[in-house]
Design a binder for this molecule. Structure first.
Ligand code: SAH
Length: 270
């Protein structure tokens, strides 16, 4: 069992902040040298990098390798398929421009509308807990940025994902389609009642926290199906609950304390 971590606070091993942009530094140096030598020719040849140059100092693939090694493997998630998906999916593409530099940090990151993209470790942990097979059909409640849906899409046949905040859902659908994910079905709406037309699901992942597990989601789990869901009152750490339907019975266990954004909509009236 990996050690506990939370979405917002716990579990942080490392924090990588801004990386100096080597290209900008080099061109700054070049400009300085040009200034010292003072030649008009030199000034024409050596141009400073444009301010909008987005080239990161470390290529995203290297950063993702590091994220997997230091944040995920080290904490005990070792499934090779899950790790491969975490290495492959460009997390930075799912983040708004103002927080892109934080893409691979060991923490949850704001994505607008008061919502967050989960910490990479929590994404890996939840995905791993679902014990997915390539033939599985999976439902996600809380599309958010679309990142978790992309990770799932790397591992299973079909993903269905529902987001209650329209601009977030629309943005995520756009990014998923730009990246070529054809096996992700997106919907704007309240996920409390699941996605009945597509049920039953081999696995359900809920990335927002209700006080209690919505019954329609339990009903939409296939025989042998698994669900991972944060449960508990807001303002306190919740418990990630792993649930399995077998022989018509529901077994459940608490697997990790976490902090997630609340599930909103119908669940609040119950
Ligand atoms: N899985 C997301 C994390 C999103 S945060 C990612 O990879 O980025 C949780 C999301 O759940 C938020 O976007 C929030 O708007 C959404 N949400 C909250 N209540 C919901 C509900 N009843 N139905 C669907 N989505 C909901």
């Amino acid at each position: 069992m990996p050690r506990p971590a939370s979405e917002e606070a716990g579990g942080a091993l490392l924090h990588w902040g801004y990386r100096p942009r080597m290209k900008a530094i080099m061109s700054g140096l070049a400009a300085l040298i040009a200034g010292i030598t003072g030649g008009a020719d030199a000034q024409e040849v050596i141009e400073p990098a444009p301010a909008s140059d987005p080239a990161p100092a470390v290529p995203p693939l290297v950063t993702r390798e590091r994220m997997v090694a230091e944040q995920i493997l080290r904490r005990g998630v070792g499934d090779s398929q899950v790790l491969a998906a975490m290495r492959k999916v460009p997390r930075d593409r799912f983040l708004p421009p103002d927080v892109k530099n934080l893409s691979y940090d060991d923490r949850a990151i704001p994505i607008g509308y008061g919502q967050t993209i989960s910490q990479p470790y929590v994404v890996a942990f939840m995905t791993d807990a679902l014990d997915l097979k390539p033939t599985d059909k999976v439902l996600e409640i809380g599309t958010g940025s679309g990142y978790q849906a992309a990770i799932l899409a790397e591992l299973v046949k079909e993903v269905y994902t529902i987001e209650i905040i329209e601009p977030l859902g629309t943005r995520a659908a756009g990014i998923l389609s730009e990246l070529g994910y054809k096996n992700v079905n997106t919907r704007i709406g309240d996920g409390y009642r699941g996605w009945n037309e597509a049920a039953p699901f081999d696995a359900i992942i809920v990335t927002c926290s209700p006080d209690a597990i919505p019954q329609p989601l339990i009903d939409q789990l296939a025989e042998g199906g698994r669900m991972i869901i944060p449960v508990g009152p807001q303002g306190e750490p919740q418990q990630l609950v792993l649930l399995r339907k077998s022989g018509g019975r529901i077994e459940q266990k608490k697997v990790l304390p976490v902090v997630f954004v609340p599930m909103t909509g119908e669940v609040e009236k119950r």
